[in-house]
Design a protein around this ligand. Sequence first.
Ligand code: IPM
Ligand code: MG
Length: 362
Amino acid sequence: MKIVTLSGDGIGPEIIQQAINVLRKIGEMYGHIFEFEEYLIGDIALEKINCSLPEETIVACKNSDAVLLGAVGGAVGVNRWINHPTGDRPEKGLLKIRQELGLYCNLRPAILYPQLKNASPIRQDIIGDGLDIMIVRELTSGIYFGKKLRTNGETDETTFAIDELYYNKKEIKRILEAGFNIAMKRSKNVVVVDKANVLETSKLWREVTQEVAKNFPEVKYSHMYVDNAAMQLVSNPKQFDVIITTNMFGDILSDEASVITGSIGMLPSASLGNGTLGLYEPSHGSAPDIAGKDKANPLATILSAAMMLRYSLNLEKEAQKIENAVIEVLELGYRTEDIFEKDKILVGTRKMGELVIGALNL
Ligand code: IPM
Ligand code: MG
């Protein structure tokens, strides 16, 4: 199985290395051969060949079985590329690879591990015994990909910018179907988040939701305005099972959901399209401040590798093996700095990777 790795920037290379080590071990244990090939994306790609997503990278990803990505951007200063002649910047590489591969369905699970309960900023009586929310974010349309315009006029009024928010029915339908299908495998409870009291696109989302829901009579669904959803996520998060939403609302709500689980360093993500090819990446960023210091938490990337086994390579047993190993390591009390608490054992990136590999044998 051919796996393209895009380590990218900041802590990317360190955490990807740990995920590769874990996958190699799983390959040995179950008799699979994973071939890894590294390609450029982001800051490092701009630095080396002046383009955030080289053609070579796109071709390699398209010819692979799955893509594992570390992190993109921020590594050499946010303003570094501000005057780039084509307006390229590291994040553009990430948006483009999602679009080139047709990965419209972004799964962002927000799970609170019982072992990490104290790390949540939310009161214990609200969090209860845990949280398990799946955010299904539309990833290749909406305001991220609509027409953009910027003018520099003579006056303040003629100097303006436009970001168009566009959705067609096909795009809405396929993300809703993906979300409802996921809900069928969980507790069959969907909340579709929008801003239908203001936005025309949201009204269309509501219409299409009603249509799609007819094919899923067992799934209970409701609509919620995004401002209310942002509030409900901190005041009553346990009401949520599957949240389906637009590109931008999903970007924002998934950060919020992740932080209430205690550490963004724990959360994986999967970006899927119509085939089995998918892109897997931790939900956190490139953390340039701790890059190269053996401090980053590799667990989100290792859990992303597990999602890759599940969704792209059809290796459910192996995926669960990794997820159980991660829980075991937490149970044994090992913590990287971001999830450290008193009386636990502080370890670095490499050691954490080794511990997971050790726990695979248990
Ligand atoms: C994410 C990130 C990206 C996004 C940025 C880096 C373009 O915030 O994956 O959530 O907004 O999609
Ligand atoms: Mg984001």
